[in-house]
Write a new protein. Structure first.
Length: 268
C-alpha cells in the first residue's frame, strides 16, 4: 500500500509539472542532454523491460544510454533483471538466485546475462549498471567476475554504477567512487549527504525531489545529478533549463524525439 501511494503521488506530481509551460532550452543545453532509457524502451507487453529487445529499441532510436539491474544466479552468473524473481514479468515465482544460469535460461529465456549485454551494447551505448541489494554468497569472486567482464570498457566513458544504498558500491570497488552514483527515492536528504561525504559521483532521483538547492549542493562538491522520470516536453525543458544533463525516462524514445526535434531549431 505504501508503494502504491508513493507511486500515485509521484504520477500526480508528474502530471502537474507536465502541464506547466517552459521556455525552449538553448541549443547548448539540448546538445548536452543525455537521455537514459530506464530498463530500456519497454511497455512490458510487446517489449519486456531489461531485455536485449528493450535495449535495442532504445539504441535504434538514438537514445544515449540505458539503465539496467544486475542480479546473480546460483552459479554466479550476473544477469539483468530488476526483481529478485520473475513473477511480475514472466509469471515465475522462483528466485533468480536459486536457479543456475542454465535453469534460468530454460524458464525465463528473455533475461540476458551481463556478458550478453556487454557483447551487444558495451562501447556503443552508455550503461548505467545498478547494483541490487541481495545476498552475495561469494562477494570476492563476484567482484572479480564483474571486474573481468568490464575490463574491456572504461568507467565514466562506457558505464557508471548505480545503487540505492552507498554500501553496495563495496561490491564494485575496483572502480573509483566518482563513477558510482547514489539513487534516492524519498530519502533525498540522507542520501545526498552520504553521496557528498562518501565522495561519490553524485546523486540521481526524481526531478521534483532533486530541487535546485540539492543540485547546487552537489555542484559545489564537484558532483552531478541525474533526474527522472521525465516523460513530457515541459518536464524535459524544465530540467534542461536548470542545467540538468542526465535525463532518465521510462519513455526515452519519446523524450529523445522531443530533444532531436528542437535541436535544429525547427520544432513541429
Amino acid at each position: 500500500m505504501r508503494e502504491w501511494l508513493q507511486n500515485s503521488a509521484v504520477k500526480a506530481a508528474d502530471r502537474l509539472a507536465a502541464g506547466r509551460p517552459q521556455p525552449t532550452p538553448t541549443q547548448a543545453a539540448l546538445r548536452g542532454c543525455k537521455i537514459i532509457a530506464h530498463r530500456g524502451e519497454h511497455d512490458n507487453r510487446s517489449i519486456i523491460e531489461n531485455t536485449l529487445s528493450a535495449f535495442d529499441s532504445a539504441r535504434k532510436n538514438g537514445v544515449w544510454g540505458i539503465e539496467c539491474d544486475i542480479r546473480w544466479t546460483a552459479d554466479l552468473v550476473p544477469v539483468i533483471n530488476h526483481d529478485p524473481c520473475g513473477r511480475r514479468l514472466f509469471g515465475k515465482s522462483t528466485q533468480v538466485s536459486q536457479l543456475s544460469f542454465a535453469q534460468l535460461r530454460a524458464q525465463m529465456p528473455q533475461i540476458p546475462s551481463l556478458e550478453e549485454l556487454l557483447r551487444e551494447f558495451g562501447g556503443n551505448t552508455h550503461l548505467m549498471l545498478e547494483i541490487k541489494a541481495e545476498h552475495y554468497p561469494q562477494p570476492e569472486s563476484q567482484k572479480a567476475i564483474l571486474q573481468e567482464l568490464l575490463s574491456k570498457f572504461t568507467p565514466g566513458e562506457d558505464y557508471h554504477f548505480l545503487a540505492l544504498a552507498p554500501q553496495l558500491f563495496e561490491k564494485v570497488d575496483f572502480v573509483q567512487r566518482k563513477f558510482c552514483f547514489v539513487v534516492s527515492q524519498l530519502n533525498v536528504a540522507s542520501l545526498s549527504r552520504a553521496a557528498i561525504e562518501g565522495q561519490y559521483g553524485g546523486l540521481h532521483g526524481h526531478f521534483l525531489l532533486l530541487n535546485d538547492r540539492v543540485k547546487r549542493r552537489h555542484e559545489l562538491a564537484g558532483q552531478r545529478i541525474g533526474t527522472g522520470f521525465i516523460s513530457s516536453e515541459n518536464c524535459l525543458f524544465r530540467e534542461l533549463n536548470r542545467g540538468v544533463e542526465w535525463i532518465f525516462s521510462n519513455d526515452a524514445v519519446k523524450v529523445q524525439e522531443i530533444r532531436d526535434r528542437y535541436l535544429d531549431g525547427s520544432p513541429a
